[in-house]
Design a protein around this ligand. Structure first.
Ligand SMILES: Cc1ncc(COP(=O)(O)O)c(C=O)c1O
Length: 425
């Protein structure tokens, strides 16, 4: 990225918008308003904006329910009994998988637990789980409770790879060494592919490779990575992954989670798994047989009939991803994040140095900014002035300029508001 030619001016930001092939997609989304203006929305890493077309997808289900009632399962335009299958193709392109390796069900933490039923099979000798230190709290609780469930002490069973003293990110070599040093004892490597706090993207390819080479299972929590960075789950050989759909996937609060299960694990009758009727072959499902006959795809992990009103927004959002494709999104993301970084540095030069970007170069959409000395007042000032960002203790704001709907002008305007906020405080 040629950042040398960047300028911190309104004209330059507008010129970048004029050259942006995705600029028109901003109009595909609803923006909240503050002080009568569209907000500058930096929290697509928490909850993506609502695509305008989503309502039509949800209305369609509401109408089918109204007009067809139970018959909607088979006679709706998009019949409900296999509605979830419509998401597999689009999602497979987003995460670099084969469609049969994808399913959509439940929510993220639930899915990670269910996947651990299949892929965390500890023995007396090989029972440890390797993760990053300070993983997202839900993942920490999940791993601790899984260890206890299997009769192990989490303090002993969980290996947390630490950042080096004084450093803000993890070094790949430290993760690799930790896996190699504990190789024979590790049953599972499970890491957040993009760290929610510092915005770092782990080297998923290298870590998967070394995890597999020591005989461990390797899974990824992709909450912050999906729809954001390049993923090649199939080629990397990850055993499994799961993600939520409400961040960069723009499919609505608390919405359904996607899972990936490598084809090496599909079509097996004897794999340990918690099972339910939506995982049995659909051709014989309604014969109500006592014997579970697993679908030969990742859908074998489905338990219940799917929540159609949740899947409808997910399908709407995937249509947008299909139109644009990850490559274009990533190109814009790299440019807009670089521009934001440039604007931050320019503002930092103009005011007395007060903040530090703690996100390393291996990053996606998010820049995490540590506010030295400044704090909640500055954050409150930003929010009151139409910059929607979020706050993470002790002193970090996270800025995620989502390529689908953020503009370069947003970045410039944000810089000006930030400057005013710092000078005022
Ligand atoms: C990295 C990560 N893992 C897990 C979760 C938990 O997701 P859920 O509440 O959908 O289970 C989140 C939520 O933001 C997250 O960011």
């Amino acid at each position: 990225m040629d950042t040398l030619t960047f300028q911190n001016t309104l004209e330059f930001a507008r010129q970048l918008d004029a050259e942006d092939p995705l600029a028109s997609y901003r109009n595909e989304f609803h923006f909240p308003q503050v002080n009568g203006k569209d907000v500058i929305y930096f929290t697509g890493n928490s909850l993506g904006l609502q695509p305008k077309r989503t309502k039509q997808f949800v209305d369609e289900v509401m109408d089918d329910w109204k007009n067809l009632a139970v018959e909607g399962h088979f006679y709706a335009d998009k019949p409900w009994w296999d509605y979830h299958e419509r998401l597999a193709d689009g999602l497979s392109k987003v995460v670099g998988a084969k469609p049969e390796e994808i399913s959509v069900m439940n929510t993220l933490t639930v899915n990670l637990h269910l996947l651990m039923v299949s892929f965390y099979r500890p023995t007396e000798k090989r029972y440890k789980i390797l993760c990053e230190e300070k993983a997202f709290p839900s993942d920490q609780y999940m791993l601790q409770s899984q260890a206890r469930f299997h009769g192990f002490n989490p303090d002993d069973a969980i290996i947390e790879v630490k950042k080096r003293k004084g450093e803000h990110s993890w070094r790949t070599e430290d993760v690799v060494n930790a896996i190699q040093e504990n190789g024979e004892e590790i049953a599972l490597v499970l890491i957040g592919g993009l760290n929610y706090y510092n915005g770092q993207v782990f080297d998923m390819k290298a870590i998967t490779e070394v995890g597999k080479s020591v005989g461990a299972m390797v899974g990824w929590d992709l909450a912050h990575a999906v729809g954001n960075v390049k993923l090649e789950l199939h080629d990397w050989g990850a055993d499994f992954a799961a993600w939520c759909s409400y961040k960069y996937m723009n499919s609505g609060p608390g919405n359904a989670s996607g899972i990936f299960i490598h084809e090496n694990h599909l079509g097996k009758q004897d794999i340990p798994r918690f099972e339910g009727w939506w995982g049995t072959k659909k051709e014989t499902r309604f014969l109500m047989l006592p014997q579970f006959d697993p679908i030969e795809t990742a859908d074998a992990w489905q338990l219940s009939n799917p929540p159609i009103l949740s899947l409808a927004p997910y399908l709407a959002s995937l249509e947008l991803f299909e139109e644009v494709g990850m490559d274009q999104l990533i190109q814009k993301r790299e440019k807009i994040v670089s521009y934001l970084e440039f604007v931050l540095h320019e503002i930092d030069k103009e005011v007395e140095s007060t903040f530090e970007i703690i996100t390393p170069e291996d990053r996606g959409c998010q820049l995490s900014v540590f506010l030295h000395g400044e704090g909640r007042e500055l954050f409150d000032y930003l929010m009151k002035n139409g910059v929607i960002t979020d706050w993470r203790e002790p002193n970090v704001i996270r800025l995620a300029p989502t390529p689908f709907y953020c503009s370069f002008e947003d970045m410039y305007r944000f810089g000006q508001i930030l400057k005013q906020g710092i000078l005022k405080n």
